[in-house]
Design a protein around this ligand. Structure first.
Ligand SMILES: Cc1cc2nc3c(=O)[nH]c(=O)nc-3n(C[C@H](O)[C@H](O)[C@H](O)COP(=O)(O)OP(=O)(O)OC[C@H]3O[C@@H](n4cnc5c(N)ncnc54)[C@H](O)[C@@H]3O)c2cc1C
Ligand SMILES: NC(=O)c1ccc[n+]([C@@H]2O[C@H](COP(=O)([O-])OP(=O)(O)OC[C@H]3O[C@@H](n4cnc5c(N)ncnc54)[C@H](OP(=O)(O)O)[C@@H]3O)[C@@H](O)[C@H]2O)c1
Length: 515
């Protein structure tokens, strides 16, 4: 949790021939730092502005930026091998599921190992981003404006609390907080606590309350499949993303395994899920089932009304409470954009490959996915795509194609997931990683063809055209096939194996490059 150091606004990064820096990265959380690395490796002049005095974003407990949702009892729920960047393993001394401070340390180590810290301007919130004369004008705190060809938005999507919508009727005499404001079990001690939601925040906070509060009630508006961190002695995400079978097959194998090992949710007093495993973002917790089994947590249906000290539920039951913790998710917001330029109403963010805004050239988003698996390696792949684009080695398809692709993706998403604002940016880790890699090759081919059409020198030298593995015509490649093929989710075990290195590999850290 090292502070970043320099708090003054650096001079703008300039390309060798002068002129404006080409790109601006907003945020130096785990998504922003890997974007910084990708740009630096491609020698693209950029600025990175970070609101806080340190890197790590959400993983810094009590981050001075006020945006972290971490609490003292937070451990990752995606295993460390799933979470680490491709060229910087977490220390083998770390447990499978490290604590928040170990994760924050890892991001600091990444930044220092690759020499990225001096490329980040700390204590500099971006206040406004507008489109002007074909460029992006970025205004930072204090009023200085700079212009860029591209803006990489990496401000995170788990910091702006979503409260119940519509608000719960009535007036409460006790305290209400959102999970974002939960920092430590001392907030729960001796109180009658009601925890609303069935996501991962609700699980952690209900477990904490079950040890520290006078009573704990968990409010579920629907049943979910709660999955433990380990299944048959391995982290769950190593089980559902085995390297040799597609993700959906992994889920199909997982469901009977969970039926045998965990049993039906009703057995724990929880509502029966009305969907299959994999149709919601995973709720991962071994501990909650224990605490339910010990009778330390009571389960209730949705709240109908808050009345003084009483909480009334839709089944007619009621109880006294001192504290209601709403673990009702987060809003995707971009305070620096005019809403008319870009917003994500109900968390809907229509981006090509979850990265590019088709009608706003030069605008890219890093880390705006919600995976079955971890965000970091996906943000790394997204960053390479954008880096390639800025270097001229990747070209987007036409706007019409991008819009068609987005609509296909949205239709698939609606079919796959339970309707909820938490499932608008949901992806399957391996499938999406492969989709990004395929897209990088396809866009590399488009860029090469465009150069060839212009008769530009070096037209044959672009990545994807060099006979590199996976390039068009190379073994196992699908080359520049239509994005529709990518979406049908064809799966290459060989490539998936590359994405998921086997446990027990050489822990030697940090090859520079790799992208
Ligand atoms: C409680 C909790 C637990 C989680 N556990 C996991 C997990 O186990 N595994 C997993 O993969 N994911 C997990 N997540 C998801 C989480 O979003 C990611 O782990 C990760 O933090 C995403 O990184 P990010 O860089 O996109 O966003 P953040 O970590 O939120 O970082 C965003 C950065 O941008 C900066 N910033 C924001 N606005 C501006 C601005 N206007 N100007 C300049 N800088 C700005 C912020 O200061 C911050 O440093 C969890 C989320 C929560 C809330
Ligand atoms: N590492 C960890 O252990 C850990 C801990 C906490 C969070 N996280 C991560 O952080 C992210 C956010 O998680 P989160 O749990 O805060 O949010 P979330 O995943 O969006 O879950 C929100 C929950 O609240 C419910 N909900 C929403 N509005 C409601 C209402 N009005 N009444 C009753 N229930 C309501 C949702 O139900 P519906 O499904 O019906 O919409 C859902 O169960 C996720 O990526 C999660 O994995 C990880």
């Amino acid at each position: 949790m090292e502070p970043g150091g320099d708090a003054t606004l650096r001079p703008p990064a300039r390309p060798p021939g002068g002129g404006p820096a080409r790109a601006c990265v907003i945020g130096a959380g785990s998504s922003g730092i890997t974007a910084v690395k990708a740009l630096r490796e491609r020698a693209i002049p950029f600025d990175c502005f970070e609101a806080s005095d340190r890197i790590g974003g959400n993983w810094v407990l009590g981050n001075p930026n006020g945006m972290s949702s971490a609490y003292s009892t937070l451990y990752i729920n995606t295993s460390r091998e799933r979470m680490e960047y491709s060229d910087f393993p977490m220390p083998t001394s770390y447990p499978d599921f490290p604590r928040h401070d170990q994760i924050a340390r890892y991001f600091n180590d990444y930044v220092d190992h690759f020499g990225l810290r001096e490329r980040i301007t700390f204590d500099t919130p971006v206040r406004r981003v507008t489109r002007r004369d074909g460029l992006w004008e970025v205004t930072v705190e204090g009023g200085e404006r700079r212009r860029y060809e591209a803006v990489l938005v990496a401000n995170g999507h788990h910091w702006d609390p979503r409260w119940p919508e519509p608000p719960i009727a009535g007036a409460f005499a006790g305290e209400t907080i959102h999970a974002h404001h939960y920092k430590d079990p001392s907030q729960l001690r001796g109180r009658r606590v009601v925890v609303v939601g069935m996501g991962n925040s609700a699980m952690d906070i209900a477990v904490d309350a079950s040890y520290h509060a006078a009573s704990t009630t968990l409010v579920a508006r629907r049943g979910v499949h709660i999955v433990p961190k380990y299944v048959l002695g391995k982290p769950l995400d190593a089980r559902v993303h085995p390297s040799r079978v597609p993700f959906t097959w992994g889920l199909r194998l997982m469901q009977p395994m969970l039926r045998v090992t965990v049993g039906p949710m009703e057995r724990y007093g929880l509502p029966r899920p009305e969907h299959r495993l994999g149709q919601t973002h995973p709720t991962v917790s071994g501990r909650i089932l224990d605490r339910l089994a010990h009778g330390t947590i009571t389960v209730k249906p949705p709240i109908e009304e808050l009345a003084g000290e009483r909480v009334r539920y839709v089944d007619g039951s009621e109880q006294d409470a001192d504290l209601v913790v709403f673990c009702t998710g987060y809003k995707i917001t971009f305070p620096f954009f005019e809403e008319s330029l870009l917003s994500a109403p109900d968390n809907c963010l229509e981006l090509y490959k979850r990265v590019f805004a088709p009608d706003l050239p030069g605008l890219a988003f890093i880390g705006f996915v919600q995976p079955w698996g971890a965000i970091m390696p996906l943000a790394e792949l997204q960053s390479r795509l954008v880096g390639d684009q800025l270097r001229g080695d990747y070209a987007l398809p036409s706007r019409a194609q991008m819009h068609r692709d987005i609509q296909r993706m949205l239709r698939r998403q609606r079919r796959r997931y339970v309707a909820s604002k938490r499932h608008t940016i949901q992806v399957d880790f391996a499938n999406y990683a492969i989709e990004l890699q395929d897209e990088r090759r396809a866009g590399g081919e488009r860029a090469r063809q465009a150069r060839q059409a212009r008769g530009a020198p070096g037209a044959r030298g672009a990545p994807g055209a060099r006979g590199a593995p996976g390039a068009r015509g190379a073994p196992g490649a699908r080359g520049a096939r239509s994005t529709g093929d990518v979406h049908r989710g064809a799966y290459s075990p060989a490539r998936a194996t590359l994405l998921h290195r086997a446990p027990g590999r050489d822990p030697g850290r940090g090859r520079v490059g790799g992208s």
